[in-house]
Design a protein around this ligand. Structure first.
Ligand code: BES
Ligand code: ZN
Length: 856
């Protein structure tokens, strides 16, 4: 045995495997400390390449025995390292053979939550991306696809794996998955679980059994997820003509899970946070996320499972497309405009931030050390945006044709981005060679606009530039679809949306036959993931806020006015203009508009968005000042719109029993925004009444936040007393206290909460509540000038890294913006990054992240 040093993997080094897998049989004898796994794998030669060695991945496995075609292998017949087992070609039969091995693993000691592990007394697995190698020796790469047969031997009452159930007697269950799949989609669950069951009849008339498996006591919280699953199944049949392909679809909720959820074939495993909901315990936002994530994982059955990725560089092939699909679905369920604004808010907060810092990488990265570090906002969210642009460029019919071709041409295959683009070229006849740059070039393009009006002709002169990112100095012009409409001075639309295709560094577009100079509404629907450097004057933006027919740009006009108002307040204390406050109030008062939309108009840019705004405006961002200024603007808006907000608070009452539908949840969003704005003005009485009369978690939590802001300490005790038995609600209790602590107290609060009896740092949700509560929801506290927030995060990252590298590495991205701040803060952060980098035994995951952050 020798230690394998962390290696950088390059896309350009891809080679097909020497051996394919024809079929796999796995036998599990489960035990917390000593689980036995027997594998029987039928290998056949890949005749496309020269005959070669058999490479099997394997990590943290105790090998008991191995044989080929029944003849056991002695130790000199193979080579073994910490991460692999290789049998030289000359020891292998000519064209095909059966590999059998028995290994021993210890799920109870698996704290990384990757491979087979235990959560709350149940066994579960997480294999994506490279966790299967912790279960047995196998070619753990997504281009090796095979049908699996799994036998589980355990006294646990419920034993699940992929595919269809074949047999169940005594302690043994057998499952068979006929659809060839890569090992990362393997799953096994065993536990004392109960199911909420239903069924779905596919459009060709097949009946599918649906089960949501949860711990005893949680059955009552599964109904919403089941409804969401059925809506997703129907939608995929109607919109993409995709039908489900097994007799059962199982979902399991687990409490200890690094990510949100996982699309294992026929056996999706979910973080319980994204399954369990009741009106009393889950917020409207939770309901929305549950529906979106259930849909996302279900949609992977076609985009990810039936067609998978050739290698992990192609991750956006399944994730970008599946995010795009789940966003389309959510738009259809909740309303397109609000959904689009939410998606763009998230894109700007996470992906633009990533693209502007040391972790910037292309949608299809070219190299990695640890693939888990590349399940990033860029791969997911920019990956989805790229598909949205493609759809806009080829049109809805072109998109449908291309997708149909994709599903027929590549079903059962492991595909690449080249395959994906070729399908669009073949289906539509369009040359996509320049468009492909969206997959290859990192960084957010900026477009700037100059306009001119002469003799009835309006000219838009558009320029694009992408700044250098680490490792990519030279950038080429991209194909950028810029959706534009023109509005007349009276507020009437004079030219409806037209998509301008920007392909060069600089290009002019003409609109003829106008009687007067129009106001342009540029980048409607946020038609491309770019930064628009174009700020029309106040009047023009107020006009768009009042009259734009494009809801995204209507909202954007208000947002950009808020942003500029904040920057002016920060720069020299310029107070908000009365005209701005009026324009905002007018929209918020307009009851022909969707309440959810009005709530979005009232929401101020996040502290991070203002930070980025300062940098763009050439100012050094001061997190404390940003926090205070944002609060001051909120108070000014509240003062100016007081009557409107009071009226909203009194009118936006939702009658009857709770429903998470978009209409009542939009009303609650607007009403709770009004409550938040009014509380600092009027004192906590209203929020107290709101808290005491709340009949759902959305309202209770909104009031809880207001009361914490108002310095009410007793409410936290009451909340804890009421909810101490509910893990998911307690996560909220932890997070909100950190989020709403005064910046100068935030680290102190986070520290004392991390010493609370209910703080279980090994549970990723709880860890994220407190440590993520500080870094993500209390930026002014995290960036406390003393550096205490940085040291606190570094301490916890080092501690967590020793048991769960994947989550530690993810949480380390709180440092990715460090270069934006003043030199003192930079020095303090750098000190912590160095301390982490220098620690003994640091994981490959965290080593890579810290290295990239320090280098960039
Ligand atoms: N395939 C991923 C889960 C995953 C992520 C496995 C990272 C291994 C490493 C799954 O489909 C996914 O994308 N889940 C998201 C939620 C989704 C709605 C974007 C997640 O877990 O955050
Ligand atoms: Zn996914």
């Amino acid at each position: 045995m020798r230690d394998a040093a962390p290696q950088t993997i390059h896309l350009s080094d891809y080679t097909p495997p020497n051996w394919w897998v024809e079929a796999v049989e796995l036998d599990f004898t489960l035990d917390p400390k000593v689980t036995r796994v027997t594998s029987r794998i039928r290998f056949v030669r890949n005749t496309q390449v020269a005959r070669g060695d058999l490479h099997l991945d394997g990590e943290a496995l105790t090998l008991i025995s191995a044989s080929i075609d029944g003849a056991s292998l002695s130790e000199n017949e193979y080579q073994r390292t910490d991460t692999a087992l290789t049998v030289p070609a000359d020891r292998l039969p000519e064209d095909a053979f059966t590999w059998e091995a028995e290994v021993q693993i210890s799920p109870a000691e698996n704290t990384a939550l990757e491979g087979l592990y235990m959560s709350g007394g149940m066994y579960c697995t997480q294999c994506e991306a490279e966790g299967f190698r912790k279960i047995t020796y196998y070619p753990d790469r997504p281009d090796v696809m095979a049908p699996f047969t799994v036998r589980i031997d355990s006294p646990m009452p419920v034993l699940l794996s992929n595919g269809n159930p074949v047999d169940r007697h005594g302690h043994i269950a057998e499952w068979h998955d006929p659809w060839p799949k890569p090992a990362y989609l393997f799953a096994l669950v065993a536990g004392d679980l109960v199911a909420y069951s239903d069924h779905f009849i596919t459009r060709s008339g097949r009946t599918v059994a649906l089960n949501i498996w949860v711990r005893r006591g949680d059955e009552g919280k599964t109904h919403y997820a089941m409804g969401a699953l059925k809506r997703a199944m129907t939608w995929d049949e109607e919109v993409y003509a995709r039908e489900y392909d097994l007799d059962v679809f199982n979902i399991v909720a687990v409490d200890d899970f690094n990510m949100g959820a996982m699309e294992n074939k026929g056996l999706n495993v979910f973080n319980s946070k994204y399954v369990l909901a009741s009106p009393e315990t889950a917020t409207d936002r939770d309901y929305e996320l549950i529906e979106g994530i259930i849909a996302h994982e279900y949609f992977h059955n076609w985009t990810g499972n039936r067609i998978t990725c050739r290698d992990w560089f192609q991750l956006c092939l399944k994730e970008g497309l599946t995010v795009f699909r789940d966003q389309q679905f959510s738009g259809d369920m909740r309303g397109e405009a609000v959904q689009r604004i939410d998606n763009v808010l998230q894109l700007r907060a996470r992906q633009f931030r990533e693209d502007a810092g040391p972790l910037a990488h292309p949608v299809r990265p070219e190299s990695f050390v640890e693939i888990n570090n590349f399940y990033s906002a860029t791969v997911y969210e920019k990956g989805a945006e790229v598909i949205g642009m493609l759809k806009r460029l080829v049109g809805d019919d072109g998109y449908d044709k291309a997708l149909d071709l994709y599903f027929t041409r590549h079903d059962g295959e492991a595909a690449t981005i080249e395959d994906w683009l070729r399908v669009f070229e073949d289906a539509t006849g369009r040359d996509l060679s320049q468009f492909k740059l969206w997959y290859l070039q990192a960084g957010t393009p900026r477009i700037s606009v100059r306009d001119d009006f002469k003799n009835g002709t309006y000219i838009l002169d558009i320029t694009q530039v992408t700044n250098p990112t680490s490792g990519q100095a030279d950038k080429h012009p991209l194909v950028i679809p810029v959706a534009v409409g023109l509005i007349g001075a009276d507020g009437e639309e004079v030219v409806p949306t037209r998509v301008l295709e920007l392909t060069q560094t600089r290009q002019s577009f003409r609109f003829e036959g106008l009687s007067a100079r129009p106001v342009p509404s540029i980048l409607r629907g946020f038609s491309a993931p770019v930064i628009l450097d174009y700020t029309p004057g106040f009047e023009d933006r107020a006009l768009l806020l009042a009259h734009d027919t494009d809801p995204f740009n209507k909202w954007e006009a208000g947002r950009s006015l808020s942003r500029d108002t904040l920057l002016a307040m920060l720069r020299d204390g310029t107070p908000p203009a009365a005209a701005f406050l009026d324009a905002l109030t007018t929209v918020v008062r307009d009851d022909t508009l969707d309440p959810a939309f009005r709530a979005l108009v009232l929401a101020l840019p996040s502290e991070h968005e203002i930070t980025q705004g300062c940098v763009d405006a050439g100012m050094v961002p001061d997190p404390t000042q940003i926090h205070e200024t944002r609060k001051a603007l909120a108070d000014r808006i509240a003062g100016a719109a007081r009557d409107t907000l009071e009226a909203i608070y009194n009118q936006m009452v939702t009658a009857g029993s709770y429903s998470s539908d978009s209409v009542p949840s939009g009303k609650r969003a607007l009403r709770n925004t009004a409550l938040r704005l009014l509380t600092p003005l009027d004192g906590p009485a209203r929020a107290r009444a709101h808290y005491d009369t709340a009949t759902n978690m959305t309202d209770q939590l909104a009031a809880f936040a207001c009361l914490l802001d108002a310095g009410d300490t007793e409410v936290a005790v009451r909340f804890h007393d009421q909810w101490q038995h509910d893990r998911l609600v307690l996560d909220k209790w932890f997070m909100l206290q950190v989020a709403h602590a005064k910046p100068q107290d935030a680290v102190k609060y986070a520290k004392s909460l991390s010493e609370h009896i209910d703080f279980d740092w090994k549970n990723p949700n709880r860890f994220r509540s407190v440590i993520g509560g500080l870094t993500a929801t209390n930026p002014a506290g995290f960036h406390d000038p003393s550096g205490a927030g940085y040291a606190f995060l570094a301490d916890w990252l080092l501690r967590l890294d020793a048991i769960n590298p994947q989550t530690a590495a993810r949480m380390s991205t709180a440092f990715e913006t460090w270069r934006l701040f003043d030199v003192d803060r930079q020095a303090l952060i750098e000190e912590q990054l160095r301390r982490i980098a220098g620690a003994d035994g640091l994981s490959r995951d965290l080593t890579e992240m810290v290295g990239r952050m320090m280098a960039g």
